[in-house]
Design a protein around this ligand. Structure first.
Ligand code: G6P
Length: 482
């Protein structure tokens, strides 16, 4: 494949891009911000470096925008990024994204296959797998066309595991890195996948020069899978860990991702956030404490067990009744999938049940909000007394890092030991086993009782740790390492 005449020296590939479009009845398109931790991290990439960002059209609005734009989207919509949005056939996209990426690979890496949800690898799975291959091939083709000789390509996440190898076949001159924003499953769990698929995913990533992860733990799990599934040789030396397989070497990297303090603090003090703070204060009521959580409504985020822990707190410590409100933001995610819709319904059901069991005329124990609103999330961060971040497993979890950075009067953090962020925040958070509802309830109780001075001091240290690795550095470090 021939490089394009406006070929780029730096390329980024991810399923979701920095922008998503909605089309109204008159055909007008409005651009909004893409969601999730990956987009937050990548948005800080150096716009001046002239990088090109290849992503997919995920909705009808996106497809229309991609068609109208031709090759590149309007930079005004994308926050100044040069973005190529691939208009992949909707059935292929749905099978690759909903089917393989979000129902299989996401579930494997987050250990979400509990018995009723356990996978059945049947003919339908095979059809989806073929779509996943086609979708990865479309990315490899576009990247091969966009990249200048010797360019650096940063491929993101579990949607695009086959891209490094496919791209290397097309363009052996490129430097290719893959980054996983999720955890990586341990070998026994990973081997749930059909053997050929388990192999192909690893071979796909090993097609790159580097494979990088958010924490040491996920990088080690990947190395273990390469050894067990492929029989690859793992070399651990002073220069880091490398995987040797079929005559090629792929170096493993660890790049933690922190938050952008300047951006967050500035954004959190704009008038729209102040307005929402006033509304939230009114909803919570005077002198009550707030336990805040902010998540996509996502099984791995463990929102239902969080609600059970809160109920347990109210049962075991009746003194908190009327004195605390659980402000839970659970924003809709991946609603094309039934398990996600069911989970959303379950979150709503349990919240209602707690409210009807404990609520009084002037106290609603759970304030559940499901409409995505970044300004309101920031408002809740500012006034939170306790933040609850209890995922079953999480690559990093940026909410745990955002809260202490914008908190007005210091916030206690209850944090799952299975979130990648625990490696950096564990010393000053109250760390819990996410399955243990009783222990989580006890941690909430201690967090609510924490002495204000101690809480302030811990919150400051959390904030320092959370901003130690700003997103711009995360991006540049990866480029340097390539
Ligand atoms: C996680 C993944 C990202 C993804 C985000 C939102 O953070 O690592 O790749 O973009 O979730 O999920 P969605 O399916 O809405 O893109």
């Amino acid at each position: 494949m021939q490089p394009h005449m406006h070929a780029a020296r730096i390329l980024v590939a991810s399923n979701r891009g920095p922008v998503s479009y909605k089309q109204d009845a008159d055909g007008r398109l409005t651009a909004g911000r893409g969601g999730g931790g990956l987009v937050s991290g990548l948005s800080a990439m150096d716009r001046d470096a002239g990088a090109v960002w290849v992503c997919t059209a995920m909705s009808e609005g996106d497809r229309e925008a991609a068609r109208r734009a031709g090759r590149r989207l309007d930079a005004e919509d994308t926050g100044g990024h040069r973005v190529r949005m691939l208009d992949i056939d909707p059935d292929t996209f749905a099978a690759a994204y909903n089917g393989i990426a979000n129902s299989v690979l996401w579930f494997v890496h987050h250990l979400l296959y509990e018995t009723p949800l356990a996978p059945v690898f049947d003919a339908d799975f095979r059809r989806q797998w073929a779509a996943y291959e086609a979708y990865n091939t479309a990315f490899a083709d576009a990247l091969a066309e966009e990249a200048a000789q010797g360019a650096a390509v940063l491929v993101q996440d579990y949607h695009l595991t086959l891209v490094p190898a496919l791209l290397r076949e097309r363009r052996p001159d490129l430097r290719i890195g893959h980054f996983s924003h999720t955890p990586w499953a341990p070998p026994d769990y990973y081997r749930l996948l059909p053997d050929d698929v388990a192999e192909q995913v690893l071979r796909g990533i090993l097609g790159g020069d580097r494979a990088a992860f958010l924490t040491e733990r996920w990088a080690e799990a990947f190395a273990d899978c390469c050894a067990r599934v492929l029989g690859a040789e793992i070399v651990r030396g002073t220069g880091g860990t490398a995987v040797l397989f079929e005559g090629r070497t792929t170096r493993l990297g660890v790049h933690g991702l922190g938050v952008d303090a300047d951006f967050l603090r500035e954004r959190a003090h704009r008038p729209d956030v102040e307005e929402r703070m006033a509304a939230l204060r009114e909803q919570i009521g005077p002198d009550r404490k707030a336990i805040v959580r902010v998540d996509r409504t996502e099984l791995s985020k463990n929102i239902v067990r969080g609600l059970h822990a809160y109920r347990r707190l109210l049962e075991d410590h009746p003194e908190w009744r009327g004195e605390v409100v659980h402000v839970a933001f659970a924003y809709p995610s991946r609603q094309d999938l039934r398990v996600y819709r069911d989970y959303t319904a379950e979150v709503e059901r349990v919240a209602r049940e707690i409210n009807s069991t404990f609520g009084t005329v002037d106290w609603e124990p759970v304030a559940l909000h499901v409409k995505d609103d970044f300004a309101r999330s920031l408002a809740a961060y500012r006034l939170a007394d306790v933040a609850l971040v209890n995922p079953i497993r999480d690559g990093m979890n940026l909410v745990a890092k955002e809260v202490p950075v914008v908190s007005d009067h210091g916030c206690a953090l209850v944090l799952s030991r299975e979130a990648g962020a625990v490696a950096e925040l564990g010393d000053d958070a109250l760390v819990v086993n996410p399955y243990d509802v009783e222990a989580t309830a006890r941690a909430l109780h201690s967090a609510l009782l924490m002495d204000p001075d101690e809480r302030g001091a811990r919150s400051k240290r959390l904030s320092v740790a959370a901003t130690a690795l700003p997103p711009a550095r995360w991006f540049l470090d990866q480029l340097d390492a390539l």
